[in-house]
Design a binder for this molecule. Structure first.
Ligand SMILES: O=C[C@H](O)[C@H](O)COP(=O)(O)O
Length: 167
C-alpha cells in the first residue's frame, strides 16, 4: 500500500482520501465516493466499506480503520458517513492525531479546515440531503490549513494535551 508521502514525493499535490460508512450511510458514501473520484483535487479515493447497504458492520469498526490510516499518514483526509455523522466523529477522534468533525453546512466545512485543521469530515445521511452533502464536500476540498495562521497555536494546545496524556 503506497503511503501519502509516496504520492506526494512524485510532486503530487492532490489529496489521497479515504471513505467509509455504515449501512445507514452507505448510499451517501457511494455518491460522495463517485464525486471524489471525478474531482481534480483528488489523486486517489480508497473505500473502506461498507460495500453494501445490508452490511451491518458497526460504524466504529469502519471509523477506527479509516482514522488509523489518516493518523499513519497513508491518507491525507477522509469522509465518514453514518446516520447522523456523530458516531463516526466520536470514533475517529479517539485516534491520536486525528481531528474529525461533523459538518452539515458549508461554513462549518470551511472552518473545520481553516480553524481546526480537521482531516476527517463526517456527515449524517439521515440529516443531510445528497445535494447539500455534495456542496459541503466541494467546499471542504477547497480549503487547506495554513500552519502559519493564528489558529495553529490553538490546535497546538490540543496536540500538546494528546502527547501528554496519550503519547
Ligand atoms: O452515530 C451513530 C450513527 O448515526 C449510526 O448510523 C446509527 O447508530 P444507531 O443504530 O446506534 O442509532
Amino acid at each position: 500500500m503506497c503511503t501519502v508521502s509516496d504520492v506526494k514525493a512524485g510532486g503530487e499535490d492532490r489529496f489521497v482520501i479515504g471513505v467509509g460508512a455504515d449501512d445507514a450511510g452507505f448510499a451517501l458514501k457511494e455518491r460522495l465516493r463517485e464525486l471524489l473520484a471525478g474531482d481534480p483535487r483528488v489523486a486517489e479515493v480508497r473505500d473502506f466499506g461498507v460495500r453494501e447497504a445490508t452490511d451491518t458492520e458497526p460504524y466504529p469498526n469502519v471509523g477506527l480503520k479509516v482514522a488509523e490510516e489518516v493518523a499513519a499518514g497513508r491518507l491525507d483526509r477522509a469522509v465518514l458517513v453514518c446516520g447522523t455523522g456523530i458516531g463516526m466523529a466520536i470514533t475517529a477522534n479517539k485516534v491520536p492525531g486525528v481531528r474529525a468533525t461533523t459538518a452539515h453546512d458549508t461554513y462549518s466545512a470551511e472552518r473545520s479546515v481553516l480553524s481546526n485543521n480537521c482531516q476527517v469530515l463526517t456527515m449524517g445521511a439521515r440529516v443531510v440531503g445528497p445535494e447539500l452533502a455534495a456542496r459541503i464536500l466541494d467546499e471542504w476540498l477547497g480549503h487547506r490549513f495554513d500552519p502559519e495562521s493564528a489558529s495553529a497555536r490553538k490546535i497546538a494546545v490540543i496536540a500538546e494535551y494528546e502527547d501528554a496524556h496519550h503519547g
